[in-house]
Design a protein around this ligand. Structure first.
Ligand code: FEO
Length: 397
């Protein structure tokens, strides 16, 4: 449990959570880290803390280089409990001269802990002099909480980006250098889709602002996963791409099934889409997690949803995933619905209403099949796939 130096006078002192598999509804198959940073300067400064159960790991890593009581400043860039969960204990243990947060961060932390923590505000443009290093702050409201802010250390070219550019990945690698690119890209994309997608417009503005500032960035020191060093340009380009949601020839066919009929329909829709050269991800919700669906939808422009009718309603797993995806506010999607039924068949109408409430542009009234789809029903499914593929190719022009 040591501190790891990442730049002159700057150390990673965070915690690795190898065991977490569910992060408020997000499946974290590879665990996570809670990154915290310590600057050993005239003013010894801790940037962010860790989730409360990891307080001892944080203290042990800090103690490997300095007595925690020598900390002069604590900066909270983000009030969510995975980064501020032990801030009250850290204030009690370290007795810092000052603890800083954004004005909204002060309100959030005081509401969390129901106490006055005697916090000092940092606003956009404020600069904290640490000695030979400085930290400049930018509030990034709603990226992804109202309190969020980022800090830049110009002397080392480090952007302390809190959740931004993060990923849930437990690793012993402090930097991105030695982690396979497919792992980095999938986990960063999954993080963006599940945490940041609703705020895409704000990310576009922030990226533009950072580009305009023309500041050198040698490290992106985020709050989850490895620090970006080798792939900085790539991850910034990916954030730019993901936040724009341009139309792409990729479709997600999402379904659940009771006795296999809706699954058969899904496979014919898949064939129809593929006949137009569309990349298709067909996802059975009986064996898939909503957070992986969100990741696939981030890079897709068509969402075709299938559900049997169960007790006059949509199948519960499909309601779950649509409710979750709606909250993530995906943009630029066309869509349609399908499903089998026995005697009433309300699911299709309800699915269409769900899709419309998500601003998905419907290309059809949907296809439904009574009990087992016959060849006419399956032709309609194939045709639906073809029509969706053609509509998508038009959008991509
Ligand atoms: Fe990693 Fe928004 O907390």
């Amino acid at each position: 449990m040591k501190a790891h130096q990442i730049a002159d006078k700057v150390y990673w002192v965070g915690a690795v959570d190898w065991g977490i598999r569910d992060f408020h509804g997000y499946a974290t198959e590879r665990g996570s880290t809670y990154n915290a940073y310590l600057v050993i300067d005239e003013k010894v400064t801790l940037i962010d803390t860790v989730k409360r159960p990891f307080l001892n790991e944080l203290l042990t890593r800090i103690s490997s280089i300095i007595d925690p009581e020598k900390i002069d400043y604590i900066v909270s860039n983000h009030s969510e409990m995975d980064h501020a969960g032990c801030i009250r204990e850290m204030i009690e243990i370290c007795k810092p001269e000052k603890t800083f947060a954004s004005p909204m961060g002060i309100k959030t932390l005081e509401n969390h802990f129901n106490t006055d923590l005697n916090l000092s505000p940092l606003k956009t443009g404020d600069i904290l002099e640490l000695g030979s290093k400085t930290l400049s702050f930018i509030e990034t409201k709603m990226l992804h909480w109202p309190d969020s802010m980022i800090a830049y250390m110009k002397e080392e070219g480090i952007l302390f980006s809190q959740d931004g550019f993060g990923m849930h990945l437990a690793t012993r690698n402090i930097f991105d250098d030695d982690i396979p690119e497919y792992v980095l890209e999938w986990e960063a994309e999954k993080y963006f889709a599940n945490i940041l997608m609703p705020y895409s417009n704000k990310i576009i503005t922030l990226l533009d602002d950072i580009a305009e500032m023309n500041i050198p960035i040698n490290l992106i020191a985020n709050d989850h996963g490895p620090i970006w060093r080798k792939h900085i340009t790539k991850i910034i380009d990916l954030y730019s791409k993901w936040s724009k949601h341009a139309y792409t020839p990729k479709a997600v066919v999402l379904y659940d099934t009771m006795w296999g009929a809706t699954a058969t329909m899904a496979s014919y829709i898949n064939e129809g889409l593929a006949s137009q050269g569309i990349e298709v991800q067909t996802i059975p919700m009986s064996a898939s997690h909503r957070s992986d669906v969100a990741t696939e939808i981030l890079s897709a422009s068509a969402l075709i949803v299938g559900s049997p009718t169960l007790n006059n309603n949509i199948f519960p797993s499909i309601v779950d995933v649509l409710t979750y995806i709606k909250g993530l506010k995906p943009k630029n999607l066309i869509g349609a619905s399908f499903g089998s039924f026995g005697w009433s068949g309300e699911a299709i109408k309800q699915l269409n209403a769900h899709l419309q409430s998500m601003n998905v542009e419907l290309i059809s009234d949907g296809v439904k099949a009574k009990y087992t789809p016959d060849s006419t029903d399956l032709d309609k499914c194939y045709q639906l796939g073809q029509d969706a593929g053609k509509a998508l190719l038009e959008k991509c022009k």
